[in-house]
Design a binder for this molecule. Structure first.
Ligand code: GLA
Length: 356
């Protein structure tokens, strides 16, 4: 911790109250690769996240991380290209400062309980937590939109709004059913007699992955079919001959996935866990075969889960190409991975007493 050792940051540490913000990571229960065509997603903020303890003052953002070596120092106002800042997590810091037009500095420590590269949205959590630490004071949707613009500026990857909007707007005990076209968020209670288990299979990054190709392939399908968010499988099948095979399969995934999200929310609401689980497993199969975002290690992990007693369903979660799987099961049915609970979105925690 900063308080317990002398670091380079100590020379600029202002003598003001210590503050704290927290933003959760998220796991997507169902609805992947649907957000950037304005479709439906159903993510849940989890009880692991990013906490920043900081003091306000000066004209620098100066942060240490409990997970990464070295300190990040961003001079304010920041008006250069954030993607050129290193290490990589500093580019999110610089991008958020540029996005918010921040001029007042902070100095502090970032503590993360989310491994980076797990597909649990550590970067969106960092952006949202940082936004609050830098004084953002608007509605969750505006925080999410600012954070998403920062993500694009930092990485160049044209990601959707799911991660930031879930993390900015979640309420404890609920998952967030999001319409990524209207940006409406419905808070759906998550049953307490259901275990949600996340298993980290393989490190990955969306930078340099085929994520950007998937966005382009969906746009190619939309040039023929119109918006995928309002297309049906019948429409996709009818236009099959006008689409190349890749665009056809991408479109088939998106329109069936939107339908699965609706059905999953209904099944969860009825307490029909077997149906909800089957929809998750069908989602995985569609992502594997039509969207090609799974890997053999992820497929094996899903297969192991769905053949275990007491497991209702499992799937890859998030952008794919590695990362995590998520399963729903009877309490205690899986002893691998982390059992996660639905948690509150990004928030200011409390003023800590100033030990220094
Ligand atoms: C990543 C992106 C999201 C979404 C998912 C796939 O997490 O950040 O916007 O596209 O992949 O569903």
């Amino acid at each position: 911790m900063l308080q317990n050792k002398t670091t380079d940051l100590d020379i600029v540490r202002p003598v003001v109250d210590m503050l704290r913000v927290h933003a959760p990571g998220r796991v997507n229960l169902i609805g992947d690769h649907t957000d950037y065509t304005g479709g439906l997603v159903f993510p849940m903020a989890v009880d692991r996240g990013i906490t920043i303890d900081y003091r306000v003052g000066g004209s620098l953002i100066a942060l240490e991380s409990t997970a990464e070596p070295g300190a990040v120092v961003v001079p304010l106002p920041f008006d250069s290209d954030p993607s050129t800042v290193s290490p990589q997590w500093a580019s999110y810091v610089a991008a958020m400062a540029a996005e918010l037009g921040t001029t007042q500095g902070i100095i502090g420590t970032v503590a993360s309980e989310i491994p980076s590269g797990a597909g649990l949205s550590s970067s969106a959590a960092l952006e949202c937590a940082l936004g609050l630490a830098l004084g953002f004071d608007g509605p969750p949707l505006d925080l999410a939109l600012a954070a998403r613009r920062a993500e694009h500026a930092a990485t160049g990857v044209p990601t959707g709004i799911m991660d930031q909007l879930c993390i900015a707007s979640a309420t404890e005990g609920h998952a967030t059913l999001i319409d990524c076209h209207t940006l409406d968020v419905v808070q759906v209670p998550v049953p307490t007699d259901l275990d949600i288990v996340v298993e980290f299979v393989a490190h990955r990054t969306l930078v340099g992955s085929a994520y950007t190709d998937r966005v382009a392939e969906c746009a190619r399908a939309e040039a023929v079919l119109g918006p995928l968010r309002s297309a049906s499988i019948t429409v996709v099948e009818r236009h099959r001959a006008e689409l190349d095979d890749v665009a056809f399969r991408r479109a088939r995934h998106v329109v069936t996935e939107n339908e699965r999200v609706r059905d999953f929310a209904d099944a969860l609401g009825r307490g029909d866990y077997p149906s909800a689980g089957r929809l998750m497993t069908a989602s995985h199969e569609s992502l594997r075969s039509d969207f090609n975002t799974s890997t053999s290690a992820i497929d094996r992990a899903v297969e192991r889960c769905v053949t275990s007693p007491g497991v209702f369903g499992a799937r890859m979660t998030g952008g794919g190409f590695g990362g995590c799987i998520v399963a729903i099961c009877e309490p205690g049915a899986l002893d691998s991975g982390w059992s996660v609970r639905p948690s509150a979105g990004a928030h200011r925690v409390r003023v800590l007493s100033d030990g220094g």
